[in-house]
Design a protein around this ligand. Structure first.
Ligand SMILES: [Zn+2]
Length: 403
């Protein structure tokens, strides 16, 4: 009986306590909401109503009142940059980077983001200035990677080499492929400025950095050819076969020209005929066809292409065959000559020409180099992909699509 009475008395007390606890929670909630500055809701409202500039003002006000809101700022800055609104991203990150009360890691984070904003906005000097301030700390490696990207865009190859070397230490990862390419870029600059000795110095450095680099021997051949030493040039270019034969088609035209300058057209043709028997044939058809045509005339060129068609029937070989056939007929009947055609011969010539045109149109857009990283397709061969800016991502062959 006593027990039940106690319960009857205790029940309102429990309810009372519950009610007080509930009130307490609500009060705390209200006071917490009160602690969030009005500008926060104002900012949110502006953002939702597509008024980003007013939203930034409101959020900067929030940050002034409550320094704990940096995450919100980083999120906002990232959002603006992703949307391509770099000016707004810069404003947000600049506000963070210049706040004296911000802890060092967050200030570094802001500088890193700011560097990327400037880079995206094309303000390269300012990007470099922001990123160079991050020489150590958790953002040093990321900043250096962005700097490297920036130096590549600016074609500041010496600075790119230095940044890559520092990254090598920071990331414990090899950058020798890139460094060798930067040396090649410097060599090419030197060649343009008619400083062959400097070019050779850079090219030797490229080979020392990455012995697998094929661009350096190609350029060493160019230096030799420019100085009139065709034999030395041939030595460099033909030496590529020992490194990676698949790059030979890139120098085929140069090899033919060098042999021609030594009056050894026959040797060039022999070299090409040999390669046409292998898997490089589709890449070399053009050079082989032209060189045969110039040395031995259209009939020999047509014969070579017919042989090639039997060996490897490809659309490209068929195109070249009809090009040669059309060249044969136009050689027989010089343009503008008033020679009566044999029965049906004129029609046949027209047909040959039409087939050639059709095949040329069909194959013209097929012959493309393709980046294995991003799939960017290009008519010219690039050592650095214009699509994704990576180095040596193009295989030196266009023929996969030329079935
Ligand atoms: Zn690419």
């Amino acid at each position: 009986m006593m027990f039940e009475t106690w319960w009857l008395l205790a029940l309102p007390l429990v309810f009372g306590l519950g009610w007080m606890a509930a009130r307490f929670d609500v009060r705390q909630l209200i006071s917490e909401q009160g602690a969030l500055p009005r500008s926060y809701f104002k900012g949110l409202n502006f953002l939702l109503n597509e008024q980003p500039d007013k939203a930034i003002d409101a959020f900067i006000e929030v940050a002034r009142l409550d320094p704990e809101t940096t995450e919100l700022h980083f999120a906002l800055g990232a959002l603006f940059r992703r949307r391509g609104e770099t000016e707004r991203a810069i404003r947000v990150h600049q506000n963070l980077a210049t706040r004296p009360d911000l802890p060092e890691p967050e200030r570094e984070h802001a500088l890193y983001e700011l560097g990327q904003d400037f880079l995206r906005a094309g303000l390269l000097d300012r990007a470099e200035e922001s990123l160079r301030r991050l020489m150590s700390g958790p953002y040093a490696a990321s900043a250096k990677r962005v700097l490297l990207e920036l130096y590549e865009v600016e074609k500041e190859w010496q600075k790119a080499i230095d940044a890559a070397r520092e990254l090598q230490t920071l990331e414990q990862k090899s950058y020798s492929l890139q460094i060798a390419q930067f040396c090649c870029e410097l060599a090419q600059d030197a060649l343009q400025r008619k400083r062959p000795e400097d070019a050779v110095k850079w090219l030797n450095q490229a080979i020392a950095e990455n012995p697998a680099n094929v661009r350096a021997p190609i350029l060493l051949g160019d230096v030799a050819a420019a100085s009139g030493d065709a034999r030395a040039a041939l030595g460099h270019w033909l030496g590529i076969e020992r490194q990676d034969a698949s790059y030979l088609p890139l120098v085929a035209d140069r090899v033919v020209k060098a042999y021609a300058s030594l009056q050894q057209e026959g040797t060039a043709l022999e070299w090409l005929h040999g390669l046409l028997k292998g898997k490089l044939a589709p890449e070399l058809l053009d050079t082989a066809y032209k060189s045969e045509l110039e040395t031995n005339g259209p009939e020999a060129a047509a014969r070579l292409m017919r042989e090639q068609l039997r060996r490897q029937p490809t659309l490209l070989a068929l195109t070249k065959y009809f090009e040669a056939q059309a060249a044969v007929t136009s050689a027989e009947v010089p343009a503008g000559a008033d020679v009566p055609a044999e029965d049906g011969a004129g029609d046949r010539d027209q047909e040959t020409g039409a087939i050639r045109d059709l095949l040329q149109a069909r194959t013209r857009n097929l012959a493309r180099y393709t980046c294995r990283e991003c799939g960017f397709r290009a008519r010219l061969f690039y050592w650095q992909c214009p699509g994704c800016n990576r180095w040596e991502t193009y295989a030196p062959r266009r023929s996969e699509t030329l079935g």
